[in-house]
Design a protein around this ligand. Structure first.
Ligand code: AMP
Length: 467
């Protein structure tokens, strides 16, 4: 039960009756962190627009089979990290653990292969994985995801995708101390032979492997290479390298990729143990590591997935994509003491007393807001003193004060909260004076652009059968 005795007395919550918490690993994003989110989203939007990458949103929930068929039955995600449930009709549904499968499904469902190729899309949405929550690892987290689907299987696209990620990190102030790790894990033509060699290499050494890797050796031997266990790591260092077993096409792709990255001044390291956790990757895989965290918590991860659209029943379609975890970017920015502009500053607080003052202040507040001056108020019943204390707590720079006397005199008090000085001004001067104090360049104005009327917009017919 919430109780307030006095408006200034702190509210106490009775912990016996309030027992709710956000689900484990799914933290609330509070306003301070939203400053970072807003800033990052602005960077993403601009960088994508510059590169002709358009936004897409797919549903949070997809059919479970979509992830089984694409992300892969043997991956950690599908084996133990998905939030899967039956809907009311008994269909198995899953909260998306990653964006790529849903975007590829949408590519086929909306016949995007008939659009000019490649189709370049991005999203910035929540993902869900049932992992053990720890620093940099949540159960609900936001991912920025960029995908280039269709067109050519050309390493110049791979290099450009990494350039996009590089520029985004640069705009976030993370341009230094970033390591770009790249590798090529081959294609269905060369990977089976490599896999055989790898299994042979590990066969004799099985006893030294961790329990998980013993399993992986049977179902997904490439994953042995990126195990974080110390002993497995030492063994992985001596294992045959994918890059030494590439077919001509993959080798050529990897060499050209390095050439293009050099032209773009992208500093990279070849990391032969980088394989990434998902089944669908072919040829190029990459990660961007932050200063301290290394591969345990890469900031960005991605790769080429030329076979995925075909797995879903589409035509042979080259594709490449990457994802960056927004919370990890924010953590990296904070650890490097990077702050972002605080846009929620309160410019003016309007304090009033009495019904008549309230009536007079109401349109003034609305006008100030329309002008782009951040204006807050407490149009409730509290005393002027309490309202000014609130204005102070909110960090308001100026206060307009209107008591009963001011209403009778047709005036208002204008108080500079920073130096605690005030002056009496005629009521009709409140807006002009504040316009001077907050000239246009500091106001929060925006132009949504003009809408055009009278043009019929095609909307998709929804043919969903519910039976
Ligand atoms: P992945 O889809 O696993 O390749 O991950 C791509 C990026 O998403 C990573 O580099 C992280 O930045 C972020 N990420 C992945 N899993 C998590 C998680 N559980 N919590 C927070 N961020 C994550």
């Amino acid at each position: 039960m919430f109780k307030t005795k006095d408006e200034d007395e702190p509210i106490k919550v009775d912990s016996d009756s309030f027992k709710f918490q956000s689900p484990r690993g799914m933290p609330d994003i509070l306003p301070d962190d939203h400053c970072y989110f807003t800033f990052i989203k602005k960077v993403l939007r601009h960088r994508c627009r510059q590169a002709g990458i358009q936004r897409i949103s797919t549903p949070v929930i997809e059919q479970t089979d979509l992830f089984r068929h694409t992300t892969g039955e043997t991956t950690d995600i599908v084996q133990r990290e998905m939030y899967t449930f039956e809907d009311r009709k008994g269909r198995s549904m899953t909260l998306r653990p990653e964006a790529t499968p849903g975007i590829c499904r949408a590519y086929l469902e909306h016949k995007m292969y008939t659009w000019p190729q490649p189709v370049e899309l991005y999203c910035c949405d929540p993902m869900f994985r049932y992992e053990r929550p720890q620093s940099g690892r949540q159960r609900q987290f936001y991912q920025f995801d960029a995908e280039v689907i269709g067109g050519e299987n050309d390493p110049v696209i791979d290099a450009q995708m990494m350039n996009l990620a590089w520029n985004i990190l640069g705009d976030l102030g993370l341009g230094e101390n970033i390591e770009i790790q790249i590798n090529s894990i081959g294609c269905p033509a060369c990977r089976p032979k490599y896999r055989e060699q790898l299994v042979n290499y590990y066969f004799e050494k099985q006893r030294a492997l961790c329990e998980e890797c013993k399993e992986r050796l049977k179902i997904n031997p490439l994953r042995l290479l990126d195990c974080k266990n110390d002993d497995c790591h030492i063994l992985a260092e001596g294992a045959p390298k994918t890059v030494d077993h590439l077919c001509k096409d993959c080798k050529d792709h990897f060499e050209k990729l390095q050439e293009f990255m050099t032209i773009l001044n992208l500093p990279f390291k070849i990391n032969s143990t980088l394989v990434r956790g998902l089944d669908y990757y072919t040829k190029t895989v990459f990660e961007f590591w932050g200063a301290e965290h290394g591969g345990q918590s890469a900031l960005v991860g991605g790769g080429r997935y030329d076979g995925l659209v075909e797995i879903l029943g589409g035509p042979p379609t080259p594709a490449i994509g990457f994802a960056a975890g927004i919370e990890r970017l924010i953590a990296e920015m904070k650890s490097r003491e990077i702050t972002v502009p605080y846009k929620d500053k309160v410019h003016v607080f309007v304090a009033q007393l009495g019904h008549d003052a309230k009536k007079q202040c109401l349109p003034v507040i609305s006008e100030l807001r329309n002008l782009g001056i951040h204006t807050m108020n407490s149009l409730g019943k509290s005393s002027l003193k309490a309202q000014l204390r609130l204005a102070d707590k909110l960090g308001a720079e100026w206060a307009v004060i209107m008591g009963e006397m001011e209403v009778q005199q047709g005036t208002a008090l204008l108080r500079d909260m920073r130096i605690s000085e005030q002056q009496i001004i005629p009521f009709d001067q409140i807006v002009p004076v504040l316009k001077n104090i907050f000239p246009e360049e500091v106001r929060d104005t925006y132009s949504p652009g003009e809408v055009v009327r009278g043009v019929k917009v095609e909307t998709r017919e929804d043919g969903e059968e519910e039976g």
